[in-house]
Design a protein. Structure first.
Lengths: 76, 634
């Protein structure tokens, strides 16, 4: 599974990279992955799972998924 | 008096007279710089209904109270005049180095009246000003002008503020730049400079801000703390890493990336223009403004060559990219370069071209009108061609140089529907149908559609988020979803507008203070108090912001604006054509009800939007009540 972090969420990824690759041996709740990566769930504003919006509370991920998570973003 | 030079430079271009005015502390407590100082001067010195291009228009360049302080993001100055784009109160802020340099040269502000008989520029060095000839600068690109001024004054540390060829040609959305990379883009104030035959203001100063402060060591210590905090706070870290171009993908995913003149909210070409593409194709380095550790500015190559103008911000990527249906990142970067070389506001320029593209696709204009240009969405080459025509007022560009509203009135038929503007100024690249308080900001802003009136709604959706918690000291206590308008949401707006206005008074960038970014509310107050010796509270600070907003409001009432002008383009009340928010518009009835609630919070008449005398007196603006038209001031 590949996870991309947009907005300020990349701040929380290992080495503050834009994305990471993870091996999932079984379907896994997104919430559990966020906890594991120490990404605060309250900062996750938008989730796109394989290009479709998904719910941060209920989304379930599989090993072949592409996940994009975003913080809220502001203008300027 | 601490924290300020208290000096204003006054220049009359009719006579060549130059005077220096000293402000009192009592005055400065009420109008401590930037938006407040400029608003006070305009209200008191600019007669109503003055033609924006008349010599009688007054243009003010006003530093914020803290501009030049050794604290990250305290770099901003305001330029203000009657706007040739809106006909109302005109204002635009920029960071960079020019404002701090003006402070170091001994001035808080410059007030310019009249019109020079031939092109001139103003040269200021350590408290002394001189008007110099500028015929040799007229008609030249901004990079050449800066280089020439520095060479002829023999000092490459001079900071040059200037308009450009677009301003000389009175393009109604011509902007102002300093150091070629920082822009007072909005409201056409570069054209006001042009109408005065004023091409540039060059500044050199050597005083340090710390010498003005009551507690310089406290300020220095705060500056060091904040410089470290930039990398420890996710919000400022992100600004440093990606800058504003990082907004493209999340906005697209949320269905709120303005696309094809705000018809759509999602762009099929997003992968070609999002941050990863920008980083790979354009980025060469990161830069900063004066004493700012955020470093949100980008340096880029355009078509493989280093650009002297810095890289496109999100607004520019959005305006010339999705909003024109263009996914060619090099073309977008070229459009940015052209805007900055000719000095056009990239938001209004891109949005006006998008307007023309939609008119073209609907057959309201044709090849005969455009001189053979195939102005369809997605035609990057035509976009770049018409952009230069606008700056030079050539061909069809001469009509678009008037801005989308005036152009629509000339084109007639349904063209006005396609002009996505408020009070004549085009919307920035933020979709109000996904964040309703941004829409309220567009509607109510005194300068026309402005995206920097309040921090945007998504920041206040989750009560446990960093941004929400950082807004609690301001009095924001109940989280609200972005797509909702109710009394609580209007309370958010009322507070955030005052805070945003304060930032424009004291000189902080939108990317410094919480809740948009990383500097806690208490540190903002500490910086003001260390500089001035005041004991400013949150309520005092908000009142300064509210006072400045009300002066701008009165300016507009005097020009004939009223509640009917605080609205949104018709399209925004209709549904988006694609993306996650497809079919959803901003509910008109909710909008009107919320506007009434907001007026009441602001102490304005719900029917007319006129401030009550009681509220004006509470803001120490009783004097301004006398300036409102008789029929509205009761």
């Amino acid at each position: 599974m590949r996870l991309y972090a947009g907005g300020y969420l990349a701040f929380y990824l290992p080495q503050q990279k834009n994305s990471i690759e993870m091996r999932l041996n079984a379907p896994t709740l997104l919430k559990d992955i966020l906890v594991n990566l120490q990404i605060p769930i309250e900062e996750v504003h938008l989730v796109a799972l394989n290009g479709e919006q998904a719910d941060v509370e209920t989304a379930i991920l599989h090993d072949t998924d592409v996940l994009r998570i975003f913080s809220s973003v502001n203008g300027g | 008096m601490y924290g300020t030079t208290a000096k204003i430079l006054r220049v009359n271009l009719n006579t060549g007279a130059i005077e220096i005015e000293t402000l009192s502390e009592d005055f400065y407590r009420l109008y401590p710089g930037g938006k407040a100082l400029a608003g006070y001067i305009l209200l008191n010195e600019l007669p109503p209904h003055t033609d924006p291009f008349s010599p009688d228009n007054v243009i003010v360049f006003a530093n914020g109270l803290l501009t030049g302080a050794p604290v990250s993001t305290a770099t901003r100055y305001v330029v203000s005049a009657r706007s040739p784009l809106t006909g109302g109160y005109g204002e635009s802020e920029a960071g960079g180095f020019w404002g701090p340099e003006l402070k170091m040269a001994g001035f808080e502000a410059i007030v310019i009246k009249g019109r020079a008989s031939t092109p001139v520029y103003l040269w200021i060095k350590n408290g002394v000003a001189e008007i110099r000839p500028a015929e040799h600068l007229w008609g030249r690109m901004t990079a050449e002008v800066q280089e020439t001024i520095r060479a002829e004054l023999n000092d490459d540390k001079i900071r040059v503020l200037q308009n450009g060829i677009a301003g000389e040609n009175l393009v109604r959305f011509a902007g102002i730049t300093n150091d070629l990379r920082h822009f007072n883009g909005r409201n056409g104030l570069g054209a006001v400079m042009g109408s005065k035959n004023l091409r540039a203001i060059a500044v050199r100063g050597t005083q340090k801000y710390q010498t003005l402060a009551q507690e310089p060591e406290t300020l220095m210590e705060l500056g060091r703390k904040l410089a470290k905090a930039v990398r420890e706070n996710p919000l400022s870290w992100d600004l440093q890493q990606r800058g504003t171009p990082g907004l493209v993908e999340p906005l697209n995913t949320g269905g709120i990336l303005p696309t094809r003149n705000f018809r759509q909210g999602a762009f099929e070409g997003v992968d070609d223009i999002k941050w990863e593409a920008y980083e790979k194709e354009l980025l060469t380095a990161r830069r900063s403004c004066y004493a700012c550790a955020v470093r949100c500015k980008r340096e880029v190559n355009v078509n493989g060559q280093p650009s002297p103008y810095g890289g496109p911000e999100y607004e520019t990527v959005g305006a010339f990219g999705p909003n024109c249906g263009v996914s060619d990142l090099q073309a977008i970067a070229k459009a940015n370069e052209l805007c900055n070389a000719y000095m056009l506001d990239s938001i209004s320029a891109g949005a006006t071209i998008a307007f023309a593209m939609e008119c073209f696709e609907h057959g309201l204009i044709g090849l005969d009108d455009t001189g053979g240009l195939d102005l369809r969405f997605g035609n990057a080459e035509a976009m770049l061609t018409i952009l230069e025509q606008i700056a030079r007022r050539e061909g069809f560009g001469n009509l678009l140089a008037e801005g989308s509203l005036r152009a629509a009135e000339k084109i007639g038929s349904d063209a006005k529907f396609f002009a996505i503007q408020v009070k004549g100024q085009e919307l920035a690249m933020h979709e109000p149908r996904g964040k309703y308080n941004v829409g309220m900001g567009y509607a109510i802003s005194e300068i026309g559609a402005d995206h920097l009136v309040v921090a945007h709604d998504p920041a206040f959706a989750n009560p446990d988020s960093i941004q929400f918690k950082s807004a609690v000291p301001l009095g924001i206590t109940v989280a609200q979803p972005p797509r909702l308008l109710n009394a609580e949401k209007m309370k958010h707006f009322y507070i955030l507008e005052k805070w945003g206005s304060l930032e424009k008074v004291i000189g902080y960038c939108f990317f410094g203070p919480a809740p948009r970014s990383f500097i806690p509310v208490e540190d903002i107050l500490t910086s003001v108090n260390a500089a001035t010796g005041w004991n400013l509270s949150v309520d005092d600070a908000l009142q300064i912001g509210e006072r400045a907003t009300n002066m701008a409001r009165i300016f507009n009432l005097r020009e004939g604006f009223s509640r009917k002008d605080d609205t949104l383009p018709e399209r925004i009340f209709q549904g988006l054509e694609n993306g996650p928010l497809q079919g959803l518009g901003l509910p008109r009835e909710d909008f009107e009800q919320a506007l009434t609630i907001l007026y009441e919070l602001k102490g304005w008449s719900p029917e007319t939007g006129v401030p009550t005398r009681e509220r004006l007196e509470a803001l120490s603006l009783g004097w301004a009540a006398e300036m409102m038209p008789a029929e509205t001031s009761k």
